[in-house]
Design a protein around this ligand. Structure first.
Ligand code: FE2
Ligand code: FE2
Length: 348
């Protein structure tokens, strides 16, 4: 179908220095291993997933944390069919945000191919670009079985714009592989563990294995790359990480996370003002997101330790985290477990 509607096309400027590497030498053997593992573990969503399996949009799609708002008193007033509609649309909206993040990851991976200085790092990020293409493919396809693709949430979009527009590839990598992919990976693991939908569970198990490799890349490559930066650019990357973290925290703790959500409410025949008033009350009382026992705590387990380990919480920026009421978690146990999954069992 041809369309003249260009609203779905948007450009952003991504300043980029392209780096050639004429030596073709391998210095980071762990990166080479990760590349070989990525080649070996490619999968085809047409072959590995059964797309004919039934999907019930009114069924249990997301995990407890993400359906938590449905336990609010507000929802007791709704009819069964309204609740079912809301459930489907809320799920599609949430997964749409992951889809937009995947498109961002695809573009960052493409950008990193040109920007990273090491030859084996270029090979590895090329494999990541293919992984991200597959993730965009499968989320797009799955969401359309539930409902439709919803527009991007404004805070997430602001964060993606920051990642696209920073001139430092190290900042792009922190923003994408540590912060956004940390957020996405936590969501994939937690939704995958609790969803009642077989297709989504299988899809997420494949995606999670890819993402574990992407997180491992951050661990192998980023700390050294940041340590090697000159002082001024390194400060810029530290500031970038603080600002990105502030955005993520605001999205999770305040009403900012519900910006752009009114379209789901309207489509579900729920008055946005009523809903937002109830939600505002909940946030004022201290929004507590309930997650299942044993689930991954994304912020404490993945994002913050990743930022600390990359060497980005210097004495200069630490007060900024404290002022924003962000605890600087540095225990890397969860992160390392996932990275082992990304790196492990390379049998050749
Ligand atoms: Fe991805
Ligand atoms: Fe990824």
């Amino acid at each position: 179908m041809e369309s003249n509607d260009q609203d779905h096309i948007e450009s952003m400027n991504s300043p980029l220095e392209l780096i050639w590497n004429w030596a073709y030498e391998i210095e980071h053997s762990r990166l080479e291993d990760l590349y070989r593992k990525a080649k070996r573990d490619q999968w085809d969503a047409d072959v590995q997933l059964d797309w004919s399996a039934p999907v019930d949009p009114a069924g249990k799609i997301l995990d407890r944390e993400r359906t938590g708002i449905m336990r609010m008193k507000f929802f007791e007033r709704l009819s069964k069919s309204q609740l079912e509609t809301f459930n489907a649309k809320n799920s599609a909206w949430t997964l749409s945000q992951l889809l937009h993040g995947e498109q961002g990851a695809l573009m960052v991976a493409g950008t990193l191919i040109a920007a990273v200085p090491d030859f084996e790092a270029k090979l590895y990020v090329a494999s990541q670009a293919m992984d991200e293409a597959r993730h965009v493919e499968v989320f797009r396809r799955y969401i359309r079985k539930l409902d439709k693709i919803y527009p991007i949430q404004p805070v997430l979009k602001a964060l993606l714009k920051d990642i696209m527009e920073t001139p430092y590839w190290q900042a792009k990598t922190v923003g994408m592989q540590v912060i956004l992919e940390g957020l996405a990976l936590g969501t994939f693991i937690n939704v995958g563990a609790e969803t009642g939908c077989k297709l989504l569970r299988e899809l997420l198990s494949y995606v999670t294995k890819d993402e574990a490799r992407h997180v491992a890349f951050g661990s192998i490559y980023l700390g050294t790359a940041i340590a090697e930066m000159e002082e001024d650019p390194r400060r810029a990357v530290e500031d970038f990480a603080l600002e990105a973290t502030r955005k993520i925290v605001a999205m999770r703790r305040s009403m900012q996370g519900f910006e752009g959500f009114d379209v789901v409410l309207i489509d579900s025949n729920i008055d946005p003002d009523d809903f937002l008033a109830a939600m505002r009350q909940k946030v004022a009382d201290g929004l507590k997101l309930q997650s299942a026992p044993g689930s991954v705590h994304t912020f404490r387990g993945l994002i913050m330790p990743g930022i600390v380990r990359a060497g980005l919480v210097s004495d200069r920026v630490r007060p900024g985290y404290e002022e924003a009421n962000i605890r600087v978690f540095s225990d890397t146990a969860v992160l390392e477990r996932l990275e082992d999954l990304g790196e492990s069992a390379f049998a050749g």
